[in-house]
Design a protein around this ligand. Sequence first.
Ligand code: PCA
Length: 212
Amino acid sequence: MKKVLIAGFDVFGDNMINPALEAIKRLSNQQLQGAEIRVCKVPVTRYESIDTVVAAIETHQPDVVLSVGLGAGRAAITPERVAINIDDFRIADNNGNQPIDVPIVSDGPDAYFSTLPIKAITVTLQQQGIPCQVSNTAGTFVCNHLFYGVQHYLRGSGIKHGFIHVPLLPEQDTDNSLPTMSLDKIVEGLRLAAQVAVNCDKDSKVGAGQIC
Ligand code: PCA
C-alpha cells in the first residue's frame, strides 16, 4: 500500500482560518485506491516549516507528498509549477521573521520544478467540475519557501512532491470581494490530486500556459 503525505499550513497573518489546515483535518487517514493518506500541520515559519515536513517524511516514508497552503485571491485550486530560491516576505511569518531577498538554500539552484503530475491533476479536477489551474508562481513567502526546501531535500529520491494553493473559504470573504471555494470542494480536489499523483508516473502533455 502506497502512502501520500499531505502537509497543510497553520493559520497566519489576518487569516483566522487556513482552509489547508481544515482540509487536512478531514483528509487524515482517508483511503485512496492503492494508497493511504497521512497528514501533518505545518507552522508558517521560515525553516521550521521545512523541518516539520522533512520530519513527517522520515516518519511516514511516503511515495508522494503534497504541500498545501492558502492563496487568498485565487479562484481555483492551483498546483504550482515552480519553486524559486528566494525569501522576500511582504509580511512577517509566525515567528516574526521578515527576510528580504535572501536565498532559501545558499548555493542551491535558482529553482526546482514540481515533481507532481500538475497537468494531469489540473485536467482531472476540471473534468470533475472543480476549478483548477496551473500556477506559475507560488509567491515569495512561506509557501514558496517550504516548496523549495522540500524539493531540495527530496532531490534525486524518487518521492514526488509539489505545492498546491487553495482559495479562501466562503466565510473568510466577509465583504464579498474575493473568490472562494467550499471546504467540501477543496477536500475533494486535494483527494483527487493525491489519487492522480499516486496513479500517474508521467504527466499529461496538455497546454496550460499563460500569456502575460
Ligand atoms: N499561505 C502562505 C503561507 C501559508 C499559507 O497557507 C503563502 O502562500 O505563502
